[in-house]
Design a binder for this molecule. Sequence first.
Ligand code: GUN
Ligand code: FE
Length: 454
Amino acid sequence: MANSERCRTTVASVYRGTFLHSTTKTALQILEDALLGVNTEGKIAFVGEGYELEKLSQTFGFSPSEVIQLAQHEFFMPGMIDTHIHASQYSYAGTALDMPLLQWLNTYTFPVESRFKDLEFAKKVYTQVVKRTLRNGTTTACYFATIHTDASLLLGQIANDFGQRALVGKVCMDRNNSVKLYKETSQESQDEAYRFIKELLNRKYPLVKPVVTPRFAPSCTEALLTQLGAIAKNNNLHIQSHISENNEEVELVKDLFPGSESYTDVYHKCNLLTNKTVMAHGCHLSDKELALFRETGASLSHCPNSNISLCSGVLNVRNVLNHKVKVGLGTDVAGGYSSSVLDAVRKAIDASKVLTIQNPGHKTLSFEEVFRLATLGGSQALSLDDQTGNFEVGKDFDALRVNVAAPGGPIDLIQHEEPKILLEKFLNLGDDRNLVEVFVAGRKVVPFTEPGSE
Ligand code: GUN
Ligand code: FE
C-alpha cells in the first residue's frame, strides 16, 4: 500500500464483537463476531469478520493485540438521533402537561423561554440538557433554542464542548404571542437569524451547525417565513419547524393563511420545504400533503410522547413510510416529558399499537423498524446520513457501547440470549446505566472527560 493511502486509513481503535445497525434494505442487520476499525479522523475505516483479523491487521497496520473485545452481553449500536428537542424547555420537562398546545405555549412555554435573555440561566439549562441527552445516548440532536441569539450561540458552544453532533436553531417568531417580554419584530427576527447563522458558521465547529427555525406558521408572518426561506436557500442551510400538530392549530393556520391550500402549502410557498427540512409532528397531514413532503424531500420528526402528553393526535407512521417520506424520532422536550430517545422508541411502538387497536388492519411498527427510525431514519430525516446513522464504512463512528447486563442496571438476564433479543430487551427496558460508553465521530463523549463536567 502506498504511504499516502496508509496515512489516510491509519486506524486509531479496533473493536471486536456484536454490532447491530440498520441499512436502507434491512431494519436490523446483525453482525456477530465482527471487527470494526475507527481511523484517526473518527471515521469507520473497515467492517469485517473476526476470522479476517490477520488480513485486516496487515492492511490497516494495527496489532491484533490492540483489538478491544466486547464483553458478554455487550453490543455496539449506532448513536441515537433526536430529530426534535427544545433545549430551552428542559428546565420544566416532566411538568405542565395539562393543556392543549396553544394554551400550553402561552401559559408555560413562552414565559420560560423569555428567561434565556439571561446568559447565566441559559448556560445552566443548556449544559444540563446536553449532558443528559449524551448520557441517554443521543449522539445527534436537532435543537430549538429561543429567540435570543447570544444564548443560542452558547448552546452551540456547549454542544461542541461536550462533543455532541447538533443542529442548533435560534427561534424566529414575529406575531401572536401574548407574553410581553418574549417578542421580536419582523426586522429583528430576520436580522438576528442572520447574525446567528453567520456567527455560528464562523466558529467552524466540526459537528455543530445552524438550522433556520421559524417557530411555526401561527407565530410567523408570511413576510418573515419568506425571508427565512430565502436565507436558507442562499446559504444551503437546514430548516426546522412544526406542522399539523393539533386540530386547533390546523384551523388557526387556515384562518391566518386563507390564500394557502393547506398547512404544508404555507411552508412550500415560502421555500421552506427542501431536502434539508425537518418538520415536527404532522399528525393531521393529508395524503396530498405527504405527497408534497415526498416531492420536496422534506422529512417528519415523529414525537409520540409529546403527541400523547398534549393530547395532540397520533401520527400514522406506517402511512408516512408508505408515502416514502423520510421520518425520524423526536423527544420534543418539554411537550414530551422524556429527554431519552429510548422513551421515544417505546412511545412510537405504543402509538402504533393504539392505531392497530382502533383498526386491526393497521400494520403495527416492529421494534426493528422503530430501531431504524431512532438511528438511520433520524440521520436521513436530518440529511446527515452521509455522516451518521449506521456503521457504513466512511461514516463517522457515532456509537453506543451497550451492556445489557450492566451491574446495577435495569435488566436481569436469566439466560444467554441472542443479539436480537438483547436489542429488544435494551430498547424496552434499558436506560443510561446500560450505556457503558458513547462515541461521537470516534471521540468518547460518555463517560465525560471535560474537567469539572461530572
Ligand atoms: N409549536 C410551536 N411551538 C411549539 C413548541 O414549543 N412545542 C411544541 N410541541 N409545539 C410547538
Ligand atoms: Fe416542538
